[in-house]
Write a protein that binds this ligand. Structure first.
Ligand code: SR1
Ligand code: MG
Length: 423
């Protein structure tokens, strides 16, 4: 396939013929395309994902479709998201080596990326639903976030380079538009594509949609999301965008990448751990999940601690950008000033991440794009009860984010709400 042919969606039937002469793919999996085994495994909301296996190995072929897969061709979506995903992956690899799949080939016209087949990795969300306690995720994801968010910002980059990159990713308009609507606005009114567990949650949903403080807070957070072009974000860092084994953690799918607030990636990620926490009661068919719940709260604590420690380390050792210049602080012998500034930056991330986390919880229960943590709880009353607790938690941390001072305080709140019988 050359980049000059017009876009055409691949299929299990056509892939070997169309990519059979692709040098990068043949080098990786073996050149006899007639022996390739092709499976379509995409279970995300947007794209086609194929596993292709040949005589000498396997690879992933990911292709964007000109529409939202979850909804169909009534919702067109530009193919250029593949371009942003490719460029985000290259930057993430440079800033946090070993944290993303290796890229073998990119074809902009066909909107396809050929990349490393991660095996035996599974999606983190699936592992957490199964009750698996993965020992390294907090460390690996905390480091990934600190390194990519710090090194993609004006704390680290040359400003000319950062501004050029900001301009490049500013064109990822339609994917930002999805987040701006689906995350920050649609959950808080009766938007067309919303759904929730009904009738069990109807009264609570009405209450949340009438909650003035919550709606204002959601829009303040949307304002920060849209206006604070602080760093190159992953943009969709939930537990479905992370692949794991017991030893390894890799971040995938950064097609929503754009320059936004650091706290967005951190908040979205932690929200997914808290949602997993609240969903565990729905997955107790084979025994209680008390240990899993405790593990998830520990993961939250450790992720935030690793993030803070690595961010602080980079602040002290790699602060080469135009913000908080060393020439004003350390070079004047005023190390304490640099530490005071670091405290302010971390505090801002902390306050905002709580807000982003709260509304991420809401949109996964009230909006279009739900998550499997709750969706796989077949018994509807039980699912609604888990979801109601998560909604209550999400509201509290979003609205009260300026008054919450520690991760333990948030985890204690989650544990308290989880123990309530009335919901
Ligand atoms: C229409 S896309 C819905 C969601 O799927 C993606 O993974 C993002 O989270 C997006 O909000
Ligand atoms: Mg995705």
């Amino acid at each position: 396939m050359t980049g000059k042919l017009p876009f055409e969606a691949l299929s299990v039937e056509t892939l070997a013929t169309r990519l059979g002469t692709n040098e990068a793919l043949c080098a990786k999996i073996g050149g006899d395309a007639s022996a390739w085994k092709v499976r379509e495994v995409g279970d995300g909301n947007l794209n086609l994902v194929f596993i292709v296996e040949g005589a000498s190995g396997g690879a992933i072929v990911k292709q964007a479709l000109p529409y939202v897969r979850l909804v169909g061709d009534s919702w067109p979506l530009p193919l250029k998201r593949s371009f942003f995903e490719y460029h985000a992956l290259t930057r993430q690899e440079a800033r946090a080596p070993g944290s993303v799949p290796a890229i073998y080939y990119f074809d902009e016209t066909q909107a396809l990326i050929i990349m490393e087949y991660l095996s035996p990795h599974i999606i983190l969300r699936r592992a957490l639903i199964e009750g698996r306690q993965l020992p390294n995720i907090a460390r690996d994801i905390g480091l990934f976030m600190a390194r990519t968010l710090f090194r993609g910002s004006d704390l680290s980059m040359a400003t000319k380079e950062r501004k050029a990159d900001l301009a490049l990713f500013a064109d990822n308009v339609e994917l930002c538009d999805i987040t701006e609507n689906l995350v920050f606005s649609d959950p808080y009114f009766d938007a067309k594509m919303n759904r929730h567990t009904s009738p069990q949650l109807d009264a609570l949903v009405a209450e949340l949609r009438a909650d003035r403080d919550l709606k204002v807070e959601a829009q303040r957070l949307k304002h920060i999301f849209a206006a604070n072009a602080e760093t190159l974000l992953h943009g969709d860092l939930h537990s479905g965008s992370i692949m794991v084994t017991d030893q390894e953690t890799r971040m995938i799918d950064p097609e929503f990448a754009f320059y936004g607030p650091m706290a967005f990636d951190v908040g979205m990620l932690l929200a997914n751990f808290w949602m997993s926490f609240f969903s565990q009661r729905g997955h107790e068919q084979n025994g209680k999940r008390d240990a899993m719940r405790a593990y998830l709260l520990d993961v939250v604590v450790e992720t935030w601690a690793v993030f803070r420690a690595e961010f602080s380390h980079l602040w002290r050792s790699e602060r080469t950008g135009m913000l908080y210049q060393k020439s004003l602080f350390e070079d004047q012998g005023d190390i304490l000033a640099a530490e005071q500034a670091l405290d302010h930056v971390l505090h801002q991330i902390w306050t905002d991440l709580l807000g982003f986390a709260g509304i991420e919880v809401h949109r996964r229960i009230l909006g279009l794009a739900h998550n499997a943590d709750f969706e796989t709880i077949a018994e509807e009353d039980l699912r609604a009860s888990c979801e109601a607790k998560a909604l209550k938690f999400g509201r509290h941390i979003a609205v009260n984010r300026h008054q919450i001072h520690s991760i333990d305080e948030v985890n204690n709140l989650a544990a308290l709400i989880e123990q309530e019988n009335s919901i």
